[in-house]
Design a protein around this ligand. Structure first.
Ligand SMILES: Nc1nc2c(c(=O)[nH]1)N[C@H]1C(S)=C(S)[C@@H](COP(=O)(O)OP(=O)(O)OC[C@H]3O[C@@H](n4cnc5c(=O)[nH]c(N)nc54)[C@H](O)[C@@H]3O)O[C@H]1N2
Ligand SMILES: Nc1nc2c(c(=O)[nH]1)N[C@H]1C(S)=C(S)[C@@H](COP(=O)(O)OP(=O)(O)OC[C@H]3O[C@@H](n4cnc5c(=O)[nH]c(N)nc54)[C@H](O)[C@@H]3O)O[C@H]1N2
Ligand code: SF4
Ligand SMILES: [Mo]
Length: 827
């Protein structure tokens, strides 16, 4: 299709080049305050004057604070905000590229409807511009009709990168007022739920951790792109410079991965593990820590007589060990750990026994030390078990809530919403037929994924199969599953038979299947709140302040949702009329700062706008010498009771770190049925062979690299050209292949190859790389678009998602992206 003809019709062009007044008149959805804001931004751009507005980079979840420079109505530079705790005046190489996103010539210029009823990769959607009024009325009419028919559950709202209370935060309320279990379904299971949920099994918290790297003396990383991706990427690089260059003693780092990336290259010890086997390594490390008596007694406890009875292969009587803040250590030893020697793990992981032993001794004897893991370790069929085994190491060395250890992230002191949704529930919302419907993705369902948070990757396949039912209307916010879900081809079929609404400003693959386009502002044009992703534990929240008035006839997604809400019949409509618009919501959130001003003086909406960030140090909880304390304003001096620890820190039934997971144990029947695991041992971190579907003979791993911006950066030519600085990928991204593997298949360095799995084939170019395991091929995603703009589409290599099998961890729901096996041949 011709993106330009659909994106910038003559009518849109006229609208776009109109005055601020015309924009205000066209943008019916925004409401009075939004128009005021637009006028304010416009007025500020007096000729010759440079205005700096605060914003948050949108390209990855690091959420770096940025200063946006606007002169003569044009944004021309983006720098890191100097007094922002994450960016500290610095950005990663992607940060300054935000102008390419704002001025992307392929952006949607306003709301549009599809005129071609056929959907497919080669079908031009035939988008024609419509007014916001018509667009919003169309959506509301569909939703009101579904509700009248008692079929409101057939409306789903899917989202990816939600930012805060004024966008993703509004969705859950929309679902409960309207009456759909499918509002909203997040992409967390396609992202990193494997991390959140495997930790929850042990500590009950259920969130990403915050880390005190600056005070740690050892980091043990499993499948973490610390210098490529791990959040917050920009700050990781800064802290790396400190802990490896300035700090005395230098923080020791062991990194475990399947290829030598920047992180491994910069570490003291690089362990090139067989994919999917990190759990075996972690179990062996735990074995050594116990047999050699290296555990932290002030956290774990000790044998009552102080004599260590953890001897390889020998059972221990639980009565001899007095546990402190852990539960189930001896049971874990007896059922699993006693035989998990380094020699055993060496066989499974393809690592040297001596390296495993040395890693274990170093980790066990260095305090404070942190074991961290992310998608490399948990995006496998056995991911929950790998994650649990790794997280358990933090308990063994007493790192939870310790100085130089890990914490959980605190939320900001937001004020309440303008009105309470509970006052606007009608009988349908409270008791309608939707209440008995399962979620389309079978999250929380015994036939699906009982314990998962979300299962977005199942939505397309389930709707297509009509199991549990077919969807009628699906709306997307910041997610593009036709391209980012595994085996997205199934989504293409599914979305052919559903009314699709996309809110993306960009012509992504999912947008090409849309019936309605309700384009969002880009991040430099919108007012939006964004609390931090886990960082250093203390609360922080940020604001995107529009740098300029919207270039086109777009509308912030949060306002689009409110405007749809206003058009739903009954009290729900009244709720959204009372909310009015997102600026009103954000102003109410900021009221919370009045009684809890930030360290930088932010105490209301205006000061938040000026500084861009509200934060409050220090983190208030700390583990010291066997007890937990809270901050009294001067020191960690207030001793916490066991009840308080249970309430705030270990949210398990026992209030302890459960090496024998009570949560898994209470679901043992279901887990045993669904996974075939032994009901007597499934509650412990234990070893299980990963399942590798796909039918090939090589593992395929598709990691993130520094210039990769999830599925959102592909239409920035400079980012794509520098995506692979080491391998030299310029117009392409090379598939890394070990020379030995390539030669055995007659594949020359740099040549064109075909990768195949049971799902099909894609082509690309490969490059010999000694730093890649011989049994594994690696290539970064972000390539292989067939839409998304002129620079993104129709270029090699093909898209790895097309040959990635949709297989998920049954407990965490984590999509096992790094588990498919493929074959490779020269073409
Ligand atoms: N630059 C950049 N940063 C980002 C993002 C981005 O798009 N670009 N996206 C953000 C998002 S949404 C996320 S979820 C995070 C993800 O952050 P990470 O999970 O840290 O990143 P990934 O690249 O998914 O995977 C990390 C590493 O796991 C390795 N790996 C694969 N299989 C295995 C295995 O079996 N064992 C081991 N030990 N390693 C393995 C990969 O080679 C890769 O180096 O990054 C965030 N940060
Ligand atoms: N093969 C493979 N696939 C993967 C991964 C992998 O490692 N390998 N990683 C996975 C991970 S960790 C993640 S998090 C997911 C991410 O996958 P998705 O949830 O699909 O997220 P994005 O790729 O960021 O897609 C964002 C969508 O939002 C649109 N968009 C961009 N900017 C804006 C905006 O300002 N407003 C609005 N409303 N929309 C916008 C884009 O056009 C695009 O359609 O991908 C997963 N897919
Ligand atoms: S680390 Fe992420 S948020 Fe920060 S500048 Fe880079 S892309 Fe933007
Ligand atoms: Mo992610």
């Amino acid at each position: 299709m011709d993106i330009l003809s659909t994106g910038l019709s003559r009518r849109r062009f006229l609208q776009a080049s109109g005055t601020a007044g015309a924009l205000g008149a066209v943008g019916l959805g925004g409401g009075a305050l939004t128009t005021l804001r637009e006028a304010e931004a416009q007025a500020a751009t007096t000729p010759g004057e440079t205005r700096i507005t605060k914003n948050i980079c949108h390209q990855c979840p690091a959420r770096c604070g940025i200063d946006v420079y606007t002169t003569n109505g044009r944004v021309h530079a983006i720098y890191g905000t100097a007094d922002h705790p994450i960016s500290n005046g610095k950005l990663c190489p992607k940060g300054p590229l935000g102008t390419y996103i704002l001025y992307d010539p392929d952006r949607f210029k306003g709301p549009m409807k599809r005129t071609n009823p056929n959907k497919g990769r080669n079908e031009d959607p035939g988008f024609v511009p419509i007014s916001w009024e018509e667009a919003l009325d169309t959506v509301a009419e569909r939703l009101n009709t579904l509700r009248d028919q008692g079929e409101s559950h057939r409306f789903a709202l899917c989202y990816g990168r939600g930012w805060g209370a004024s966008c993703a935060g509004l969705q859950g309320t929309f679902g409960s007022l309207y009456g759909s279990p499918n509002v909203a379904i997040g992409h967390s299971s396609m992202c990193s739920d494997g991390s959140i949920i495997s930790k929850k099994a042990l500590d009950g918290v259920g969130g990403y951790n915050a880390y005190d790297y600056a005070n740690a003396n050892m980091l043990l990383m499993f499948g973490v792109g610390f210098l490529e991706a791990f959040r917050p990427y920009n700050n990781n690089m800064q802290v790396w410079g400190y802990i490896r260059g300035v700090k005395v003693p230098k923080t020791r780092i062991t990194a475990v991965d399947i290829h030598i990336n920047t992180t491994l290259a910069g570490s003291d010890r690089a362990l090139m593990i067989k994919p999917g086997t990190d759990g075996a390594l972690a179990l062996a490390i735990a074995h050594v820590i116990l047999t050699e008596g290296l555990w932290e007694r002030s956290f774990v406890g000790d044998f009552t007589d102080g004599v260590n009875r953890f001897k390889t292969g020998e059972r221990v009587s639980p009565s001899l060990f007095e546990e402190k803040w852990v539960k189930g250590l001896v049971d874990w030893w007896n059922t699993e750990l006693k035989d998990r020697t380094p020699a055993w793990a060496a066989e499974i992981t393809d690592l040297y026994e001596r390296d495993i032993l040395a890693t274990a001794r170093e980790f066990g004897t260095t305090r404070p030390s942190i074991a961290l893991f992310e998608r490399g370790a948990h995006a496998h069929s056995n991911g929950v078990l790998n994650g649990m085994a790794i997280h358990a190491l933090n308990a063994l060395v007493g790192s939870l809530y310790a100085k130089g250890g890990l914490m959980s992230q605190m939320g900001p002191s937001y004020g309440p919403m303008p009105v309470d949704a509970k006052d606007f529930m009608d009988d349908y919302a409270l008791n309608g037929p939707w209440k008995t419907q399962p979620r389309i993705d079978l999250k929380g369902h015994k036939d699906g994924y009982l314990l998962a948070n979300n299962m977005l990757q199942e939505l397309g396949p389930n709707s297509l199969a009509g199991n549990p039912y077919k969807l009628d209307t699906v709306m997307f916010y910041q997610t593009n599953p036709i391209w980012t879900a595994p085996n997205g081809q199934v989504w293409e079929e599914a979305l052919k038979e559903v009314f699709v609404i996309d809110t993306s400003p960009f012509p992504g693959e999912t947008a090409m299947f849309a019936d309605l386009i309700l384009p969002d502002h880009t991040y430099l044009e919108r007012l939006q709140d964004a609390p931090t992703y886990p960082f250093q534990g203390w609360p922080m929240t940020q604001l995107r302040v529009p740098a300029i008035a919207p270039l086109y006839d777009t509308q912030y997604f949060g306002d689009t949702l409110i405007e749809i809400g206003k058009r739903i019949k009954g009290p729900m409509g009244d709720y959204y009329k009372a909310l009015d618009n997102t600026e009103n919501v954000i102003r109410h959130l900021a009221k919370g700062f009045a009684t809890d001003p930030g360290d930088n003086g932010v105490n209301d909406f205006e000061s938040w706008k000026e500084k861009g960030v509200w934060y409050k140090k220090p983190y208030i909880y700390r583990f010291v010498d066997g007890e937990f304390y809270t901050w009294d304003g001067q020191d960690y001096a207030i001793l916490m009771t066991e009840e308080e620890v249970k309430e705030s820190l270990f949210k398990t039934d026992s209030g302890k770190f459960e090496l024998r997971s009570g949560w898994l144990e209470s679901n043992a029947d279901w887990i045993a049925r669904k996974t075939g695991r032994d009901p007597r041992t499934l509650m412990f971190p234990h070893w299980e062979e990963p399942v590798h579907p796909g039918g090939g003979d090589l593992y395929m791993v598709t990691p993130k690299v520094a210039m990769h911006a999830e599925g959102r950066g592909a239409n920035i030519p400079i980012a794509i050209a520098t995506l692979q600085p080491v391998l030299g990928g310029r117009k392409t991204a090379y598939i890394e292949i070990n020379p030995q593997t390539a030669r055995a298949r007659g594949i020359a360095n740099g040549s064109r190859v075909r990768l195949s799995s049971d799902l099909g084939s894609i082509e690309g170019y490969c490059k010999y790389y000694e730093g890649c395991r011989p049994d594994t091929i690696v290539f970064p995603m972000e390539h292989g678009h067939w839409a998304m703009g002129r620079w993104a589409k129709d270029r090699l290599p093909g898209h790895c998602g097309e040959i990635t099998v949709n297989q998920s961890d049954r407990i965490t729901g984590q999509c096992s992206y790094y588990t498919t096996k493929v074959s490779i041949e020269a073409v």
